[in-house]
Ligand binder design. Sequence first.
Ligand SMILES: C[S@@+](CC[C@H](N)C(=O)[O-])C[C@H]1O[C@@H](n2cnc3c(N)ncnc32)[C@H](O)[C@@H]1O
Length: 288
Amino acid sequence: MPAPNFARTKPAKDPAARDLETWRTLWPSGQPEKSVPLLKALHILTREGTLNADSRRKLTQVLHLTQMLRPALEDLLKDGGDPVLADVGAGKSYLGFILYDLIFGPAGRGSVFGIETREQLVASSRDLAAASGFDRMQFIAAPIAEATLPGGKADMVTALHACDTATDDAIRFALRHEAKVIALVPCCQAEVARLLEGQSGPLRQLWRHPIQRREFGAHVTNVIRGLVLEAHGYKVRVTEFTGLEHTMKNELILAERHQRSNAQARGELNRLIDQLGVKPALLDVMPA
Ligand SMILES: C[S@@+](CC[C@H](N)C(=O)[O-])C[C@H]1O[C@@H](n2cnc3c(N)ncnc32)[C@H](O)[C@@H]1O
Protein backbone atom coordinates (compact mmCIF):
# COMPACT_ATOMS: atom_id res chain seq x y z
CA MET A 1 0.00 0.00 0.00
CA PRO A 2 1.49 3.42 -0.89
CA ALA A 3 2.20 5.74 2.05
CA PRO A 4 -0.33 8.60 2.42
CA ASN A 5 0.92 11.92 1.07
CA PHE A 6 0.41 14.21 4.09
CA ALA A 7 1.76 17.20 2.20
CA ARG A 8 -1.26 17.03 -0.12
CA THR A 9 -3.90 16.30 2.54
CA LYS A 10 -5.67 19.45 3.82
CA PRO A 11 -5.89 19.31 7.63
CA ALA A 12 -9.56 18.97 8.63
CA LYS A 13 -10.53 22.09 10.56
CA ASP A 14 -11.55 21.17 14.07
CA PRO A 15 -15.11 22.23 15.07
CA ALA A 16 -13.87 24.66 17.75
CA ALA A 17 -11.73 26.55 15.26
CA ARG A 18 -14.60 26.60 12.78
CA ASP A 19 -16.95 28.00 15.47
CA LEU A 20 -14.51 30.70 16.33
CA GLU A 21 -14.17 31.69 12.72
CA THR A 22 -17.98 31.86 12.36
CA TRP A 23 -18.26 34.00 15.47
CA ARG A 24 -15.53 36.40 14.31
CA THR A 25 -17.35 36.99 11.02
CA LEU A 26 -20.68 37.50 12.78
CA TRP A 27 -19.58 39.84 15.58
CA PRO A 28 -20.26 43.37 14.30
CA SER A 29 -17.09 44.98 15.59
CA GLY A 30 -13.85 46.03 13.89
CA GLN A 31 -11.89 44.24 16.64
CA PRO A 32 -13.89 41.15 17.67
CA GLU A 33 -10.98 39.80 19.79
CA LYS A 34 -11.39 42.70 22.21
CA SER A 35 -14.90 41.42 23.07
CA VAL A 36 -13.76 37.88 23.91
CA PRO A 37 -13.33 38.25 27.72
CA LEU A 38 -16.74 39.98 27.99
CA LEU A 39 -18.49 37.37 25.86
CA LYS A 40 -16.95 34.57 27.89
CA ALA A 41 -18.12 36.21 31.10
CA LEU A 42 -21.65 36.48 29.64
CA HIS A 43 -21.50 32.83 28.45
CA ILE A 44 -22.02 33.96 24.86
CA LEU A 45 -18.72 32.22 24.20
CA THR A 46 -17.67 29.14 26.13
CA ARG A 47 -14.66 29.23 28.45
CA GLU A 48 -12.62 27.86 25.55
CA GLY A 49 -13.78 30.74 23.36
CA THR A 50 -16.06 28.56 21.21
CA LEU A 51 -19.82 28.22 20.75
CA ASN A 52 -22.21 25.58 22.09
CA ALA A 53 -25.97 25.24 21.60
CA ASP A 54 -26.79 27.63 24.45
CA SER A 55 -24.21 30.27 23.55
CA ARG A 56 -25.22 30.04 19.89
CA ARG A 57 -28.84 30.81 20.88
CA LYS A 58 -27.74 33.79 22.97
CA LEU A 59 -25.46 35.04 20.21
CA THR A 60 -28.32 34.95 17.69
CA GLN A 61 -30.63 36.85 20.06
CA VAL A 62 -28.02 39.46 20.90
CA LEU A 63 -27.04 40.05 17.27
CA HIS A 64 -30.65 40.38 16.20
CA LEU A 65 -31.49 42.82 18.99
CA THR A 66 -28.39 44.89 18.35
CA GLN A 67 -29.37 45.11 14.69
CA MET A 68 -32.92 46.17 15.64
CA LEU A 69 -31.82 48.80 18.21
CA ARG A 70 -28.75 50.19 16.48
CA PRO A 71 -30.56 52.73 14.23
CA ALA A 72 -32.44 54.24 17.20
CA LEU A 73 -29.27 54.33 19.34
CA GLU A 74 -27.24 55.92 16.55
CA ASP A 75 -29.99 58.48 16.14
CA LEU A 76 -29.79 59.28 19.87
CA LEU A 77 -25.99 59.60 19.59
CA LYS A 78 -26.23 62.05 16.66
CA ASP A 79 -25.05 65.64 17.09
CA GLY A 80 -23.10 64.93 20.28
CA GLY A 81 -26.04 63.19 21.98
CA ASP A 82 -25.27 61.42 25.25
CA PRO A 83 -28.16 58.94 25.57
CA VAL A 84 -29.23 57.09 28.69
CA LEU A 85 -30.36 53.51 28.25
CA ALA A 86 -32.17 51.65 31.04
CA ASP A 87 -32.31 47.87 30.77
CA VAL A 88 -34.92 46.77 33.31
CA GLY A 89 -35.35 43.24 34.65
CA ALA A 90 -31.77 43.06 33.46
CA GLY A 91 -30.71 39.68 34.85
CA LYS A 92 -27.00 39.42 34.02
CA SER A 93 -27.37 42.61 31.97
CA TYR A 94 -26.06 40.93 28.86
CA LEU A 95 -28.02 43.27 26.59
CA GLY A 96 -26.63 46.38 28.30
CA PHE A 97 -23.09 44.99 28.15
CA ILE A 98 -23.35 44.15 24.47
CA LEU A 99 -24.84 47.51 23.49
CA TYR A 100 -22.10 49.26 25.45
CA ASP A 101 -19.41 47.06 23.89
CA LEU A 102 -20.66 47.53 20.34
CA ILE A 103 -22.19 51.01 20.33
CA PHE A 104 -21.70 53.27 23.38
CA GLY A 105 -18.08 52.21 24.01
CA PRO A 106 -16.82 52.98 20.48
CA ALA A 107 -18.91 56.20 20.43
CA GLY A 108 -17.31 57.36 23.72
CA ARG A 109 -20.75 58.52 24.83
CA GLY A 110 -23.95 57.04 26.24
CA SER A 111 -24.68 55.46 29.64
CA VAL A 112 -26.36 52.21 30.57
CA PHE A 113 -28.32 51.52 33.76
CA GLY A 114 -29.22 47.93 34.59
CA ILE A 115 -32.15 47.51 36.97
CA GLU A 116 -32.55 44.16 38.64
CA THR A 117 -33.96 42.97 41.98
CA ARG A 118 -31.44 40.16 42.52
CA GLU A 119 -28.54 41.73 44.42
CA GLN A 120 -26.14 38.96 43.51
CA LEU A 121 -26.62 39.60 39.79
CA VAL A 122 -26.23 43.33 40.34
CA ALA A 123 -22.98 42.74 42.24
CA SER A 124 -21.54 40.49 39.51
CA SER A 125 -22.59 42.98 36.81
CA ARG A 126 -20.79 45.76 38.70
CA ASP A 127 -17.66 43.59 38.85
CA LEU A 128 -17.86 42.79 35.14
CA ALA A 129 -18.37 46.47 34.19
CA ALA A 130 -15.31 47.42 36.28
CA ALA A 131 -13.22 44.59 34.77
CA SER A 132 -14.30 45.64 31.25
CA GLY A 133 -13.55 49.33 31.89
CA PHE A 134 -17.18 50.23 31.11
CA ASP A 135 -17.27 53.25 33.37
CA ARG A 136 -20.58 54.59 32.04
CA MET A 137 -22.48 51.47 33.18
CA GLN A 138 -24.33 51.48 36.51
CA PHE A 139 -26.62 49.02 38.23
CA ILE A 140 -29.54 49.57 40.55
CA ALA A 141 -30.71 46.75 42.83
CA ALA A 142 -34.43 47.52 43.05
CA PRO A 143 -37.82 46.50 41.69
CA ILE A 144 -38.56 48.30 38.41
CA ALA A 145 -41.61 49.96 39.97
CA GLU A 146 -39.44 51.63 42.63
CA ALA A 147 -36.43 52.58 40.53
CA THR A 148 -35.73 56.13 39.38
CA LEU A 149 -32.71 57.15 37.36
CA PRO A 150 -30.61 60.19 38.27
CA GLY A 151 -32.29 63.13 36.53
CA GLY A 152 -35.49 61.12 36.14
CA LYS A 153 -35.01 60.61 32.37
CA ALA A 154 -34.14 57.67 30.12
CA ASP A 155 -33.86 57.92 26.35
CA MET A 156 -34.29 54.22 25.70
CA VAL A 157 -35.82 51.52 27.92
CA THR A 158 -35.36 47.83 27.17
CA ALA A 159 -37.00 44.90 28.95
CA LEU A 160 -36.05 41.48 27.73
CA HIS A 161 -38.12 38.60 29.06
CA ALA A 162 -39.09 40.52 32.20
CA CYS A 163 -41.42 38.04 33.90
CA ASP A 164 -45.20 38.42 33.76
CA THR A 165 -46.31 41.92 34.79
CA ALA A 166 -42.68 43.14 35.14
CA THR A 167 -43.05 44.09 31.45
CA ASP A 168 -45.94 46.37 32.50
CA ASP A 169 -43.68 47.86 35.20
CA ALA A 170 -41.17 48.47 32.40
CA ILE A 171 -43.84 50.38 30.43
CA ARG A 172 -44.72 52.48 33.49
CA PHE A 173 -41.01 53.11 34.11
CA ALA A 174 -40.50 54.15 30.46
CA LEU A 175 -43.47 56.55 30.54
CA ARG A 176 -42.31 58.00 33.88
CA HIS A 177 -38.83 58.56 32.43
CA GLU A 178 -40.22 59.97 29.17
CA ALA A 179 -38.40 57.39 27.06
CA LYS A 180 -38.10 58.14 23.35
CA VAL A 181 -37.65 54.46 22.49
CA ILE A 182 -38.96 51.34 24.24
CA ALA A 183 -38.06 47.77 23.30
CA LEU A 184 -39.97 44.96 25.00
CA VAL A 185 -39.71 41.23 24.58
CA PRO A 186 -42.43 40.04 26.96
CA CYS A 187 -42.22 36.83 28.93
CA CYS A 188 -44.94 34.54 30.26
CA GLN A 189 -48.20 36.32 31.22
CA ALA A 190 -50.95 35.17 33.52
CA GLU A 191 -52.94 38.27 34.47
CA VAL A 192 -55.31 38.53 31.49
CA ALA A 193 -55.95 34.76 31.34
CA ARG A 194 -57.00 34.97 34.99
CA LEU A 195 -59.30 37.90 34.25
CA LEU A 196 -60.86 36.09 31.27
CA GLU A 197 -61.72 33.01 33.32
CA GLY A 198 -65.46 33.00 33.90
CA GLN A 199 -65.85 36.01 31.61
CA SER A 200 -68.85 35.51 29.32
CA GLY A 201 -69.85 37.58 26.27
CA PRO A 202 -69.96 37.06 22.51
CA LEU A 203 -66.25 36.18 22.22
CA ARG A 204 -66.13 33.65 25.09
CA GLN A 205 -65.33 30.70 22.78
CA LEU A 206 -61.91 32.27 22.24
CA TRP A 207 -60.87 31.51 25.83
CA ARG A 208 -63.06 28.55 26.88
CA HIS A 209 -60.24 26.00 27.17
CA PRO A 210 -57.42 26.72 29.68
CA ILE A 211 -54.56 26.25 27.22
CA GLN A 212 -56.23 28.53 24.68
CA ARG A 213 -57.09 31.00 27.44
CA ARG A 214 -53.40 31.18 28.38
CA GLU A 215 -52.30 31.71 24.77
CA PHE A 216 -55.10 34.14 23.99
CA GLY A 217 -54.52 35.99 27.29
CA ALA A 218 -50.82 36.40 26.45
CA HIS A 219 -51.70 37.64 22.95
CA VAL A 220 -54.31 40.10 24.26
CA THR A 221 -51.83 41.36 26.88
CA ASN A 222 -49.32 42.28 24.18
CA VAL A 223 -52.01 43.83 21.97
CA ILE A 224 -53.09 46.00 24.92
CA ARG A 225 -49.44 46.94 25.65
CA GLY A 226 -48.99 48.04 22.05
CA LEU A 227 -52.21 50.11 22.08
CA VAL A 228 -51.31 51.73 25.42
CA LEU A 229 -47.99 52.82 23.93
CA GLU A 230 -49.67 54.08 20.76
CA ALA A 231 -52.18 56.03 22.85
CA HIS A 232 -49.16 57.68 24.53
CA GLY A 233 -47.90 58.85 21.15
CA TYR A 234 -45.51 56.03 20.27
CA LYS A 235 -45.26 54.48 16.83
CA VAL A 236 -45.31 50.74 17.52
CA ARG A 237 -43.82 47.90 15.49
CA VAL A 238 -44.33 44.31 16.55
CA THR A 239 -41.97 41.80 14.99
CA GLU A 240 -40.37 38.45 15.60
CA PHE A 241 -37.57 38.72 18.14
CA THR A 242 -35.61 35.75 16.86
CA GLY A 243 -36.39 32.34 15.39
CA LEU A 244 -38.84 30.21 17.38
CA GLU A 245 -36.16 27.55 17.51
CA HIS A 246 -34.24 29.89 19.83
CA THR A 247 -36.98 31.05 22.23
CA MET A 248 -40.75 30.60 22.55
CA LYS A 249 -41.08 34.13 23.95
CA ASN A 250 -40.58 35.62 20.61
CA GLU A 251 -42.46 38.90 20.22
CA LEU A 252 -40.52 42.16 20.04
CA ILE A 253 -42.55 45.32 20.67
CA LEU A 254 -40.54 48.32 19.49
CA ALA A 255 -42.03 51.72 20.23
CA GLU A 256 -40.69 55.13 19.20
CA ARG A 257 -42.30 58.31 20.42
CA HIS A 258 -43.40 60.72 17.74
CA GLN A 259 -46.26 62.68 19.31
CA ARG A 260 -47.67 63.48 22.76
CA SER A 261 -50.75 61.28 22.46
CA ASN A 262 -52.97 59.50 19.95
CA ALA A 263 -56.73 59.75 20.47
CA GLN A 264 -57.50 57.17 17.77
CA ALA A 265 -55.38 54.50 19.46
CA ARG A 266 -57.01 55.42 22.75
CA GLY A 267 -60.43 54.81 21.15
CA GLU A 268 -59.30 51.43 19.76
CA LEU A 269 -58.00 50.44 23.18
CA ASN A 270 -61.28 51.38 24.86
CA ARG A 271 -63.28 49.40 22.28
CA LEU A 272 -61.14 46.31 22.73
CA ILE A 273 -61.42 46.48 26.51
CA ASP A 274 -65.23 46.79 26.24
CA GLN A 275 -65.46 43.81 23.88
CA LEU A 276 -63.34 41.58 26.10
CA GLY A 277 -64.73 42.79 29.41
CA VAL A 278 -61.30 42.72 31.14
CA LYS A 279 -59.28 45.55 32.63
CA PRO A 280 -55.62 44.67 33.20
CA ALA A 281 -53.78 46.75 35.81
CA LEU A 282 -51.66 48.44 33.10
CA LEU A 283 -54.66 50.60 32.23
CA ASP A 284 -53.68 52.71 35.27
CA VAL A 285 -51.29 54.56 32.91
CA MET A 286 -54.25 55.79 30.86
CA PRO A 287 -55.41 59.20 32.07
CA ALA A 288 -59.17 59.21 32.87
C1 LIG B 1 -36.03 35.94 32.60
S1 LIG B 1 -34.90 37.01 33.32
C2 LIG B 1 -34.35 37.93 31.95
C3 LIG B 1 -33.08 38.64 32.23
C4 LIG B 1 -32.48 39.41 31.06
N1 LIG B 1 -33.29 40.53 30.67
C5 LIG B 1 -32.23 38.48 29.91
O1 LIG B 1 -32.95 38.56 28.90
O2 LIG B 1 -31.33 37.66 30.02
C6 LIG B 1 -35.94 38.17 34.16
C7 LIG B 1 -35.16 39.01 35.17
O3 LIG B 1 -36.01 40.05 35.63
C8 LIG B 1 -35.84 40.19 37.03
N2 LIG B 1 -37.09 40.80 37.51
C9 LIG B 1 -38.32 40.24 37.52
N3 LIG B 1 -39.22 41.09 38.01
C10 LIG B 1 -38.54 42.23 38.31
C11 LIG B 1 -38.92 43.47 38.84
N4 LIG B 1 -40.19 43.72 39.14
N5 LIG B 1 -37.98 44.41 39.05
C12 LIG B 1 -36.67 44.17 38.71
N6 LIG B 1 -36.25 42.99 38.20
C13 LIG B 1 -37.17 42.04 38.00
C14 LIG B 1 -35.59 38.78 37.53
O4 LIG B 1 -34.91 38.78 38.76
C15 LIG B 1 -34.75 38.20 36.40
O5 LIG B 1 -33.38 38.39 36.62
